[in-house]
Each structure stands twice: as C-alpha cells, then as structure tokens.
Design a binder for this molecule. Structure first.
Ligand SMILES: Cc1cc2nc3c(=O)[nH]c(=O)nc-3n(C[C@H](O)[C@H](O)[C@H](O)COP(=O)(O)OP(=O)(O)OC[C@H]3O[C@@H](n4cnc5c(N)ncnc54)[C@H](O)[C@@H]3O)c2cc1C
Length: 351
C-alpha cells in the first residue's frame, strides 16, 4: 500500500514522537506516525516527575529554570486541547537520613538559585504516623508530576481520530539501504526517528553512544496513606489516585532484557517495609528502558549523511521536562532551519 504524501513521518509514538507530532501539526504541517503499539515504551511506565533538585548532593537539574515553566504551560495547553488531566503540581518530601544530610540540605538551600526550590517542612508529626522517619525532611517545590501514561493514551486517541497513526514495526534487522526502502511507501519528505531506547538497534544511528537504563516499578495500594506529595527516601513513592502509588525505581545500565525481575521486587519490598508503617498490597510490577545517552543530554537534528532523516531521542530520565522544550526546538529546526544548541545537536557525535 502507498500512502498519500505528507511532510513528516515520525517513527515511535512515545513522549518524544507524540510531542513532536503535536508541534508540527500546530505549525500546519502534515504528519504520519508509525508505532508498534507501545511495545517498548518507557513513557508508559514513567512517574513523570519534574524534580528541580536531585541526587545525594542536592544538585540542580540542567536548565530547570527554563524547562519547568515551559513544561507547565505546555502540558496545561495540552490538557485543554485533549480534554484530559495529566499535570499535577506537587512537592517532593526528601527524607534526610543523617546529620550530614541535614547539614548539606541546610547549606545548599541557602545558596542563591537553590533557595527557590528547597524549603523547610513542617508536617513531621503527621508523617511520623505513616513512615519510619530518620533525621528530618526537606521539601522541594515547585515539582510537577505528569501522568504520562494518561497523556500518551489521550494523544494516541487524538492521532487515531486524525487518521495519522499506523500500527507497524520498523525492522532493525535490515541494513541502512533496505530500512530506508521499507519506509518509502509511507511517502514522507522527512522521517524523524523517536524510537526511545530501541534507536540503539537502528543501523542509521550506530554512531550515537546510547546508554539505556532499565527501570522497574511496583504499583502498590496503600489505604489511609492519603499522600498528596511525593516521598523520596530509599525509593520514590508517588501518588496515582485511588489509594494507588507508583513505587520505584532502579537504574540498570545495559540490561540484557526488558522483563521485570524478582531481584528488584524483593529489594524494593524490603525498602518499602523499612520506610512505610502502613499495610499495603502489591498490584503490579513492570519494567521499561529509559533512552539515555552517554553524555546525558537529548539528541536531535538531521542525520549527517541523509538530509531527509532526523532523530529526537536521549530524553533519558527526564523526558517529562525535556520533551516539551526540545520538541518545540526541533520543530523550529526542521521547518525553519533554526540553529540547535550545541549540547543537544546530533552533530556533537559526528564533528
Ligand atoms: C521506570 C521509569 C521511570 C521514569 N520516571 C521518569 C520521571 O519520573 N520523570 C521523567 O521525566 N522521566 C521519567 N522516565 C523517563 C521517560 O519515560 C523517558 O524519558 C521518555 O518516556 C522517553 O520517551 P521516548 O518517546 O523517547 O521513548 P519511548 O517512550 O520508549 O517511546 C518510543 C516509542 O517508539 C516505539 N518504537 C520503538 N522502536 C520502534 C520501531 N522500530 N517501530 C515502531 N515503533 C517503535 C516504542 O514501542 C514506543 O512506543 C522514566 C522511565 C522509566 C522506565
């Protein structure tokens, strides 16, 4: 079958492909999307948290001052367009385990640029009924939690009503030439690969140093926890509504398979029990692979050899904040030839 001519073909309807498609459609372009039914989607499992302060040393997230407000406005617009609720403003309650943690927190939270995100927390007594607390709690805000599974589903339905989504899998066993030939019937001027971690198997992008990070998640019912914020202790507990919580996750680099493991389940049940005082029930256990790159930056732009091939990938552990901003930048680059920031430009791997 040969399809009608379109401006852009997008391979992959995860967060990257979906947001890029919306950007191009809003700019009046014609788009077709090909996806294998989310078989390998990280977006379907992500907690969708945009956290400005992360890691043991309370580091500030890259470009968070511009990414967080951009993402907020972006998702709120999408909520209206799709009539769906997916953007939630929350705090992260960071459990501080030692005097060193407390000193580090106090020191860092007085730094200019950090003070706007790191605050004192005054609800210790209430939380002490529910959690085994250690030294103290610091509150990080503003934080966002984007319900990515709900958003991706709504976007899928939208693309289906527009008749632009095709369920099909691009075969990575083919060599470059045959792969490009297999895309010819989709009749697009430009093809953008948004395949998540599977791009690491794509013969066209062998020169990009992908470093995929598998993550596993437990979905847990915890009656009477009534948590509106996100708890960060040895694990992350994020509210999903109806007494259900997202509990995760780990980083397994270059994992051999995509399946959930009993090692993770055992380790995270142990962590949950050492944190939580309330009874709970495990509802589900899933795994997916984050599309990370060695330098931990997104990768976007045109293929060095093929002027009609481009990529949008490397959203890694931070797709919820990077996706809106960089889909916007890439759409502008594709349509108007605007210059990409050198830190995210694909040319950093080819120059
Ligand atoms: C456990 C876990 C927790 C996370 N938590 C957070 C978080 O709190 N905050 C945050 O910002 N990010 C988080 N992330 C990261 C986030 O999920 C990713 O950054 C983002 O979803 C990547 O989107 P993507 O579109 O690039 O890839 P994906 O979501 O993987 O989408 C790629 C799509 O392309 C399809 N596809 C791939 N190859 C082909 C092919 N050859 N043919 C057809 N279709 C194909 C796939 O099936 C999929 O639908 C988390 C990820 C995991 C796994």
């Amino acid at each position: 079958m040969t399809y009608s001519q379109v401006d852009y073909l997008i391979i992959g309807q995860g967060l990257a492909g979906s947001l890029l498609a919306m950007e191009l459609l809003r700019k009046g372009k014609t788009v077709r999307i090909l996806d294998n039914g989310h078989r390998n989607a990280a977006s379907g499992l992500a907690a969708g948290i945009i956290n400005p302060i992360t890691g043991r040393r309370f580091a500030k997230s890259w470009r968070i001052e511009e990414l967080l407000p951009f993402a907020k406005a972006y998702y709120q617009t999408l909520e209206k367009e799709l009539a769906v609720q997916c953007f939630h403003e929350r705090s992260v309650l960071r459990f501080l385990k030692s005097n060193k943690d407390i000193n580090d927190w106090e020191g860092r939270s007085s730094w200019e640029g950090f003070d706007q995100y790191m605050h004192d927390f005054s609800g210790m007594d209430d939380l002490a009924q529910k959690f085994h607390l250690s030294q103290g709690i610091g509150r990080i805000a503003p934080v966002a939690q984007v319900d990515l599974p709900v958003l991706i589903k709504a976007l899928k339905q939208y693309f289906e009503t527009q008749n632009i989504l095709i369920k099909a899998e691009l075969d990575h066993q083919l060599n470059e030439e045959k792969l490009l030939q297999s895309l010819a019937p989709y009749n697009a001027s430009v093809i953008i690969f948004c395949e998540g971690y599977r791009a690491g198997f794509n013969p066209l992008f062998k020169f990009i140093p992908f470093e995929p990070a598998k993550g596993e998640v437990l979905f847990v019912r915890i009656p009477n926890l009534n948590l509106e914020d996100i708890v960060k202790d040895k694990l992350m507990i994020a509210p999903l509504g109806d007494d259900t919580y997202w509990v995760g996750s780990n980083y397994k680099w270059n994992a051999k398979h995509e399946n959930p493991t009993s090692e993770f389940k055992t380790a995270f049940i142990e962590k949950l029990e050492s944190t939580l005082k309330l009874p709970y029930e495990i509802l589900d256990h899933q795994a997916a692979i984050r599309p990370s790159i060695l330098d931990r930056r997104p990768v976007l732009g045109f293929h060095p050899q093929y002027s009609h091939i481009a990529i949008f990938n490397g959203l890694g552990t931070k797709g919820a904040s990077l996706g809106p901003f960089f889909s916007n930048k890439l759409a502008d680059h594709l349509i108007n030839g605007s210059v990409l920031n050198a830190e995210v430009d694909i040319s950093r791997f080819t120059a």
